[in-house]
Ligand binder design. Structure first.
Ligand SMILES: [Zn+2]
Length: 97
């Protein structure tokens, strides 16, 4: 989910630039955007770990945090996966109780 284009001038970016490196073409400050991406990646990682552990509520919370930071297909997919996990857990609880 790394920034691949400058939001200001659409110059192609490598995605591995230092956080505070401005756009080489237009000089736009990309630090805040890159920090938000890194935070979203971390939240998404926590969401996937929670999903793997069957912790649906935590997965959903972290997935939403990632989506609020970066609205991208991968963050939407994580939210959807977390919702499915929560629904299955709820169904399993209803079936057993
Ligand atoms: Zn630019």
């Amino acid at each position: 989910m790394r920034l691949d284009r400058c939001p200001a001038c659409k110059a192609r970016l490598r995605g591995d630039e230092p956080l505070d490196q401005p756009c080489r073409r237009c000089g736009a400050d990309l630090g805040l955007t890159r920090r938000a991406e890194r935070q979203a990646e971390a939240a998404q990682r926590r969401a996937r770990q929670a999903l793997a552990a069957g912790e649906g509520a935590l997965a959903f919370s972290e997935a939403l945090r990632a989506l609020r930071l970066v609205d991208a297909p991968s963050t939407r997919q994580t939210v959807a996966a977390a919702l499915i996990c929560v629904a299955r857990l709820r169904r399993d609880q209803e079936d057993s109780g």
